[in-house]
Ligand binder design. Structure first.
Ligand code: DER
Length: 221
């Protein structure tokens, strides 16, 4: 099974939890893409009805529209029934690092407003916050013993990456991956002037569906 097939398997398993009439949070990324496409197929086939989705990025809005999922927003639906999205890293407590796609702010807004948030990953994402890039924030690195490097547009390597909300993204590298208590790091980061949000999703995931070559594993809180 290729990595993309594993992503599809995890995504389709999550979509089994979608019921007609739901307000959905629509994730961003290559794993979430399979979920959006699957929801569209079920709507077209009549197995699902009256579903609306709140996209977590301009990319998700376009992908969902192409799949035929009616779009809405948090002003109309401040509470979301179910969000489905990928992640870059997952720890055993279902804490996540997200944001490699640059959509972490809208993702956290939508997923933070969701009754249930189901994360879909292939098993390459299971690691202990090993310090690989994924923390997206502007910060004075001295305060939390880490190095920050500007997250640049892929092709240019010079132009800073600008998000859908016109913010910059900065990757944070922690020395040998040890970063201490996640909640206190989160508080410290969010207190820094200029920081809009960071890519640690702590205590937000309801469950994580992990697709592995030998089968699918559900991680629940
Ligand atoms: O940017 C994001 O948060 C994405 O959800 C990312 O974490 C997962 O993207 P992938 O499914 O393409 O690996």
């Amino acid at each position: 099974l290729s990595q993309d097939e594993l992503k599809r398997i995890a995504a389709h398993r999550a979509v089994e939890q979608v019921e007609s009439g739901m307000v959905l949070g629509l994730g961003t990324g290559s794993t979430a893409a399979h979920a959006l496409d699957r929801i569209g197929d079920l709507l077209r086939g009549g197995a699902l009805r009256d579903v609306v989705g709140i996209p977590t990025s301009e990319w998700a809005a376009a992908r969902a529209a192409a799949a035929g999922i009616p779009l809405t927003n948090l002003n109309v639906h401040p509470v979301v029934d179910l969000s489905i999205d990928g992640a870059d890293e997952v720890d055993p407590f279902l804490n996540l690092v997200k944001g490699r796609g640059g959509s972490l702010l809208r993702e956290k807004m939508v997923e933070g407003a969701s009754r249930r948030f189901v994360v879909i990953v292939d098993d390459s994402k299971l690691n202990l916050f090993d310090g690989t890039p994924g923390f997206n924030l502007k910060l004075r690195t001295a305060s939390i013993n880490a190095k920050a490097s500007a997250f640049t547009e892929k092709e240019s390597e010079i132009e800073p990456f600008v998000t859908d909300n016109k913010n910059y993204i900065v990757d944070l590298f922690f020395e040998n991956g040890i970063i201490g208590d996640l909640n206190s790091i989160s508080d410290e980061i969010l207190r820094i002037t200029g920081v809009v949000e960071h890519g640690m999703f702590l205590g937000l995931a309801t469950s994580v569906i992990v697709a592995r070559k030998d089968g699918v594993v559900m991680m629940d809180n």
